[in-house]
Design a protein around this ligand. Structure first.
Ligand SMILES: NC(=O)C1=CN([C@@H]2O[C@H](COP(=O)(O)OP(=O)(O)OC[C@H]3O[C@@H](n4cnc5c(N)ncnc54)[C@H](O)[C@@H]3O)[C@@H](O)[C@H]2O)C=CC1
Ligand SMILES: CC(=O)C(=O)O
Ligand SMILES: [Mg+2]
Length: 534
């Protein structure tokens, strides 16, 4: 090219790549060239900043590849290392130091009153990784990416929040790069006062907002759900979202298990390994599995056993935490049962659910014992991320000779065992919260009621196609998440109407088909990508 030719260009030349329809492909290749999950996470975060539409389009077109990076398992690495990989502000920190003027901090977020959904963590129990303090922000960002990709919530109406209240993890307090305030977490009284001011300020600054509490430590998870659920539009994902997703998968798994054994569905006996916010949240939701079959609550409760780090939870144990009391057994009076195989031999469960954060807790003898008791043992190792999963999929298939009905919290790939293909399920609240949130938002429900959560779960379990059922799946394929979220949202709207908490009267007169169409029309799509921002 001659100098004259360059000088003759009056308007600046737009680099050709900006009109290159293969730019998506270029980005995918760049993404795939990164050696580690964390590098991929950093690349995608940069892409979202440079070109959000392209980012969401790529995510939607490559869900199976990208969701495990934005979300579990890789988001766990991103959180653990967040103070070191941080590039730019990408969420809102509300610090303990902003007490007294929290509303001013919230007003700095660019969205304002049009905000519809906030995911709020205090970083105190991120996945199963413990107290990560201010490093917890990526979990709020990742969940909101799933709201956008999975339910079609408009990106500009989302608010990722991390409450920066200190951390009790010394290594972060000692880390010179740590992003958060350098103090231990406050006591209950100070924390309660902070949370009350925060929720009041949220309602004032973002009047239409649905708040999703995420990854609060167990006591606070239960506490703030109870404190705020009848006053604000709020739900707790780890208790209610997880409860709903596991109920849904369990409904389908129990059909496979009972069919193989020739038993009644109500004969299921469920053993929970882990009795924190997730374990107890799921156990409470599974009560409805039995009550929907006609059993009383008391009869349902008798079919559920819970285990914590001290063993089978019994009512005679001293100093039992409040959230463990409901399921504590009153029918066992022998010496404490602490070994999982002993507990299984005593309970004879049809289903073993792990929410313990204990890697490989479902060892070979545990899994083989489950298989010896059941033709199709239901084994759901639900702890996240993969590094804390109670049993790997390949082991579960091998040790049960392929009979296991399996769902894990983080994704596993399909495997081949003795010439046959086996496909795992992913029992993760990501199947529920996008649809639950969408339904709550479009119905303008004042509160998230128990029946909205239950109906979300039932809609998910009913969403399997014939092909998915024939493949013995207990959850639909992730690729269909948008359609599934719309169906869940429809069920949630109907439940909100039944409970009289909806404020969108227009929807009441629509048929289900018409309402589904309206919901789908409200799902945001990334506009077909033309060029990055000029
Ligand atoms: N799949 C999903 O959608 C979800 C998965 N989870 C996962 O569930 C796990 C637990 O979360 P939380 O309940 O909030 O945590 P948590 O820390 O409150 O609960 C852990 C429970 O496991 C028990 N435990 C610990 N060590 C044990 C041992 N050696 N034997 C038996 N029990 C033991 C504890 O006593 C406690 O009851 C986390 O890994 C989290 O990522 C949480 C929410 C959703
Ligand atoms: C999935 C999720 O919410 C958790 O592991 O905490
Ligand atoms: Mg969570």
């Amino acid at each position: 090219m001659s100098l004259t030719a360059v000088n003759s260009t009056v308007t600046p030349r737009i680099p050709p790549y900006l009109f290159d329809t293969d730019h998506r492909q270029r980005c995918l290749i760049q993404l795939r060239s990164k050696a580690t999950g964390l590098e991929k996470y950093i690349y995608l975060s940069g892409l979202k900043e440079r070109d959000p539409h392209l980012f969401y389009e790529l995510t939607l077109n490559n869900l199976l590849e990208i969701v495990p990076i934005l979300y579990t398992p890789t988001v766990g690495d991103a959180c653990s290392n967040y103070s070191h990989i941080w590039r730019r502000p990408e969420g809102l920190y509300v610090s303990i130091e902003s007490k007294g003027h929290i509303r001013d901090v919230l007003r700095t977020w660019h969205v304002g009153p049009s905000a519809r959904i906030a995911v709020v963590t205090d970083g105190s129990r991120i996945l199963g990784l413990g107290d990560l303090g201010a490093n917890g922000l990526p979990i709020s960002i990742g969940k909101l990416d799933l709201y956008i990709a999975g339910a079609g919530i408009k990106p500009t109406t989302t608010v990722p929040i991390c409450l920066d209240l200190g951390t009790n993890t010394q290594k972060f307090l000692d880390d010179p790069l740590y992003l958060g305030v350098r103090c231990k977490r406050p006591g209950t009284e100070e924390m309660d006062a902070f949370m009350q001011e925060f929720m009041d300020a949220m309602k004032e600054v973002f009047p239409q907002l649905l708040v999703q509490f995420e990854d609060f430590s167990t006591d606070n998870a239960f506490r703030y759900l109870e404190m705020f659920r009848s006053k604000y539009r709020v739900f707790n994902d780890d208790i209610q979202g997880t409860g709903a997703v596991v109920l849904s998968g369990f409904i389908n798994a129990a059909k496979l298990g009972s069919q193989a054994a020739g038993t009644r569905l109500e004969d299921q006996r469920i053993l929970f390994f882990g009795a924190g916010s997730a374990g107890i949240g799921v156990a409470k939701q599974l009560i409805s599995f039995f009550t929907l079959l006609g059993l009383t609550e008391e009869e349902a409760k008798r079919r559920i056993y819970t285990v914590d780090s001290k063993g089978l939870i019994t009512a005679d144990r001293k100093g039992l935490q409040e959230h463990k009391i409901y399921f504590a057994r009153t029918d066992y009076s022998g010496p404490p049962l602490t070994k999982l195989t002993d507990i299984i031999n005593y309970v004879k469960p049809t289903a073993l659910l792990g929410l313990s954060t204990i890697r490989n807790a479902f060892s070979e003898d545990v899994v083989r014992l489950m298989a010896s008791l059941n033709k199709r043992p239901i084994i759901f190792p639900l702890s996240n991320p993969v590094s804390l999963c109670e049993v790997d999929y390949a082991d579960a298939v091998e040790w049960t000779n392929g009979s296991v009905v399996f769902a894990s919290g983080s994704p596993y790939k399909p495997i081949e065992f003795e010439g046959k293909k086996y496909e795992p399920g992913q029992g993760n609240n990501m199947y529920i919260f996008p649809g639950l949130g969408l339904g709550t938002i479009v119905s303008k429900a004042r509160h998230v009621t128990d029946s909205m959560v239950e109906q979300a779960s039932i809609a998910l379990s009913a969403s399997l196609t014939k092909e998915e059922k024939d493949a013995d799946l207990v959850y639909p394929r992730l690729i269909r998440i948008r359609d599934i979220s719309a169906q869940i949202a429809l069920a949630v709207v109907r439940a909100a109407q039944k409970d009289g908490v909806d404020e969108n009267a227009l929807f009441r007169n629509l048929s289900d088909d018409a309402l589904l169409e309206v919901i789908q029309s409200k799902q945001w799509q990334p506009p077909s990508h033309r060029s990055p921002r000029l």
